[in-house]
Design a protein around this ligand. Structure first.
Ligand SMILES: N[C@@H](CCC(=O)N[C@@H](CS)C(=O)NCC(=O)O)C(=O)O
Length: 238
């Protein structure tokens, strides 16, 4: 099997973390270079969708969604189990996966509409960016809530699952790639992140140069990171 990836990027990192957690080493990993048109051209030649990650199986199947890839790999490499055994456990994992996936989506909206990395490529829009920032915070709050309900240390309880890989890829990308820390008041989520960072799977290949200086950083859009309630009633500064 071949995995096409930008090995530091938001969605491919989900798979990188998962492969490391499972100690899967027999997949040929093709690391693309976002700054190199030829490299990206290679991806477009093999995937009509032109997105990473993409997994190509021995029989030619191309899987172009990170979640579909994770579920496919979980079927092929069932040990150690990272999706749950009973229907109830699997439902719990997929619920957490969905929250974590939405967290990434909202962060992406914020970044695409406000970060200099996308200026010039896409229309910038402070109102949409602020919506994304607020929705990202709301999703972080939900991750914190399920950590409390499921009694950690992982999102669904005592075992690491695919959902943790998805959440970790997002939180780490926001923090290290864009300089957006977790709000300190989300104590359980901060503890989860600090704990996860100690695991070998948390090692992230280097970001392209501009990320390292946070040149792609994001404005906070007047959102107060310390608010007790970042829910729908949050009052945004003008
Ligand atoms: N829903 C897809 C999203 C994949 C995605 O958007 N990947 C980004 C890199 S992190 C990408 O390839 N962007 C290129 C583009 O949208 O043209 C997944 O879960 O794999």
């Amino acid at each position: 099997m071949k995995l096409y990836e930008l090995n530091w990027a938001l969605y491919p990192r989900r798979i990188g973390i998962y492969l490391s957690e499972k100690e899967i080493t027999d997949i040929d990993r093709v690391a693309l270079d976002a700054m190199d048109a030829e490299s990206i051209g290679k991806l477009k030649a093999v995937s009509s969708l032109g997105t990473v990650p993409m997994l190509q199986t021995e029989d030619g199947l191309k899987i172009r969604s990170s979640i579909a890839i994770l579920e496919y790999l979980e079927d092929r490499y069932p040990q150690p189990n990272m999706i749950g055994r009973s229907s109830a456990e699997q439902a719990r994992t997929r619920e957490a996966m969905s929250i974590a996936d939405e967290t990434a989506l909202q962060f992406g909206i914020w970044a695409h509409k406000a970060s200099p990395v996308f200026a010039g490529m896409e229309e910038q829009n402070p109102t949409t960016a602020r919506f994304g920032a607020k929705a990202y915070l709301k999703q972080l709050e939900r991750l914190d809530l399920i950590l409390a309900e499921n009694q950690g240390p992982f999102l669904t309880g005592s075992q690491i699952t695919i959902a943790d890989c998805i959440a970790m890829a997002t939180v780490q990308f926001a923090a290290d790639g864009y300089g957006v820390p977790l709000p300190g008041r989300l104590e359980l989520l901060c503890a989860w992140y600090e704990f996860f960072k100690q695991r070998p799977s948390a090692y992230c290949p280097p970001y392209p140069e501009p990320f390292l200086t946070h040149a792609y950083g994001l404005p906070d859009h007047g959102l107060d990171w310390s608010l007790d309630d970042i829910g729908w009633n949050v009052v945004l500064a003008a």
